[in-house]
Design a protein around this ligand. Structure first.
Ligand code: FAD
Length: 537
């Protein structure tokens, strides 16, 4: 038995009694039958710093581990107060709580800042248990502590790193989110949180994951299993009500983290996470769109000019054709009569007819050509959106309220983007003209798209004066217009619209059941044109 143990036993109390008091639960039922020396050796050798004090915390016994942790040998410290270890950085309230607890015969556990014999500070994870005598009074205290400085430092370092990562992520102008393999959000930043309220799409991560999976199809699984990541996946979120249309660009990277729970202690287990970044590119897209609309305006203006010339010439040819037919009839009548007295008139008629035909041929040759355009997949929602932007000035100027209801997942249609744009522009312009003629009431223009397995449908509806029932069939005839004569309308707009729809194997109808204005329904078969078959339109 070591010197200190003997001294302790000689001068103070019986360690077996102390053990009795200490923790019968811990020692178990058979401990009384165990040799006393075994208890002494156990306390001596246990790798936790153990001290036994009197009621005033004067140290009566310390084990080897105590000396190793504190730097004080047993000779140094016996008879000293535990406060020798106090660094005085520990707030007084902690000591107060410590003493308040142990004086009430309860076990206290906490962390103190201790000072090593060398003067170096360390953090002590300390448990103090009161030891009671046969009368149930406190006779001693037993303290058990370990140096947790390194554990604390590592924990703090991890926390600091997490805080650093969080502040870097938070200061990023991009929305960032970490998602686990169950699509649950593990970590996010301020910008991501802002998206939750801004977008009104529930959890934005789930929404964008759905879009990404839909867009990438099988590729998603492939890049996920290879942890390849993705970039620049752009999505447009249509505005609704007061919310404006917005564009986002998504990028993602997968990473694998080792599990930290007890199950994974002996068996390595890992989990895959996705870091998803969502960048709001609305501003850039708006600028691009503004440029695009500008160039479209130029193109459309040129197209309108060409169409204007065509329609004027066709109209003039149409008008000349009627008197020409009459002249031809008169000439044939005279020739048939063989009346020599009208020979001069016959010659004049022939000359008029000839110069009339020459004029028609000249006009025919002057009709500017309309160039054919390529057949490509066309996003009708995008096209209608562009048409609304192209007509924005007129819509605003006429005080028209637009109700734009695009079908969220409208499939692309194979067709001529330019021709279809002209078609919708014509129909929207017609609606604006009709609404502008209204004297009172709200001017409403409603445009909606929809789709089923075979068709893409567009409905353009205005609450203007509408087209009278008897005139509905005629509006698709050349040079027919419901507008007062002398306007700049030649009556060819709907003819051209119908021609474009025919080219796309579609249908146009004026809804006979709609009484509050004009509702035009257009539908296109999804399989109407094939990119490989009909190359131009
Ligand atoms: P102190 O004057 O010692 O005490 C400060 C306050 O503690 C007092 O105002 C009072 O509220 C309370 N207090 C002190 N003694 C008693 C008492 N006998 N009864 C009721 N209340 C009292 N401290 C450490 O800093 N590090 C340790 O590792 C440590 N281990 C301990 C182990 C044991 C078994 C015990 C019983 C105590 C231990 N202490 C330890 C506490 C220590 O005894 C001191 O109370 C503490 O260090 C504060 O010392 P101080 O000189 O600043 O103030």
């Amino acid at each position: 038995m070591k010197k200190i143990s003997l001294r302790f036993l000689q001068t103070h109390t019986n360690l077996a009694d102390v053990m009795d008091q200490l923790s019968p639960d811990l020692l178990g039922e058979g401990y009384n039958k165990m040799p006393f020396q075994l208890f002494v050796e156990a306390v001596e050798q246990v790798p936790i710093a153990i001290s036994i004090t009197d009621k005033k915390a004067n140290i009566l016994y310390v084990n080897d581990a105590f000396s190793r942790v504190t730097g004080y040998s047993q000779e140094d410290i016996l008879g000293e107060n535990e406060s020798i270890l106090s660094d005085k950085r520990t707030p007084r309230t902690v000591y107060y709580d410590l003493w308040h607890t142990i004086s009430a015969k309860k076990v206290w556990r906490g962390t103190l800042c201790n000072r090593h014999k060398s003067g170096q500070r360390y953090l002590s994870d300390l448990t103090i248990a009161p030891m009671l005598n046969a009368q149930g009074d406190i006779s001693h205290y037993i303290g058990m502590h370990r140096d947790i400085t390194q554990v604390y430092e590592s924990e703090k370092r991890v926390i600091n790193q997490k805080l650093l990562i969080e502040s870097v992520i938070n200061s990023s102008p991009i929305a960032m989110v970490v998602i686990d393999d169950q699509d649950r959000v593990i970590l996010d930043n301020h910008n991501y949180k802002a998206l939750v309220t801004d977008l009104d799409k529930g959890e934005p991560a789930s929404y964008f994951l759905q879009l990404l999976r839909l867009e990438m199809g099988d590729l998603w699984q492939q890049i996920q299993s290879q942890e390849q990541g993705f970039n620049n996946r752009e999505f447009k979120i249509e505005g609704k009500g007061t919310r404006k249309t917005r564009w986002f660009s998504c990028a993602g990277n997968w990473f694998v983290e080792n599990e930290v729970n007890a199950d994974a202690f002996f068996e390595n287990a890992s989990k895959q996470y996705l870091i998803l970044t969502i960048t709001d590119i609305t501003r850039q897209r708006r600028q691009m769109e503004a440029l695009h609309i500008q160039s479209l305006k130029t193109l459309m203006a040129e197209d309108e000019r060409v169409r204007g010339i065509r329609e004027t010439l066709l109209g003039a040819m149409h008008q000349i054709q009627m008197p020409m037919n009459q002249i031809r009839a008169a000439e044939q009548l005279l020739r048939h009569k063989g009346d020599e007295q009208h020979l001069g008139l016959l010659n004049s008629l022939q000359q008029i007819q000839q110069s009339g035909e020459e004029a028609i041929t000249t006009m025919q040759n002057c009709i500017p050509e309309i160039f054919q355009t390529a057949i490509i997949p066309v996003n009708i929602n995008q096209l209608l959106h562009e048409v609304l932007l192209l007509s924005e000035q007129r819509i605003l100027g006429s005080g028209i309220t637009v109700y734009w209801q695009p079908w969220a997942e409208l499939p692309s249609l194979l067709g001529s983007e330019t021709r279809l744009r002209i078609l919708f522009k014509q129909l929207v312009d017609n609606a604006i003209d009709a609404l502008s003629a209204m004297d009172t009431g709200e001017r409403r223009l409603k445009i909606s798209t929809s789709s089923d397995t075979d068709l893409v449908c567009v409905v353009i509806e205005d609450n203007g004066p509408g087209i009278p029932l008897e005139k509905r069939a005629k509006v698709f005839e050349p040079f027919y217009t419901t507008r007062p004569f002398g306007g700049n309308q030649s009556g060819m707009g709907l003819v051209m619209a119908k021609e474009i729809i025919n080219q796309h194997k579609g249908f146009i109808d004026i809804d006979p059941d709609y009484q509050n204005g004009c509702r035009i329904k257009i539908s296109f078969p999804l399989q109407g044109l094939s990119a490989s078959g009909d190359h131009t339109c």
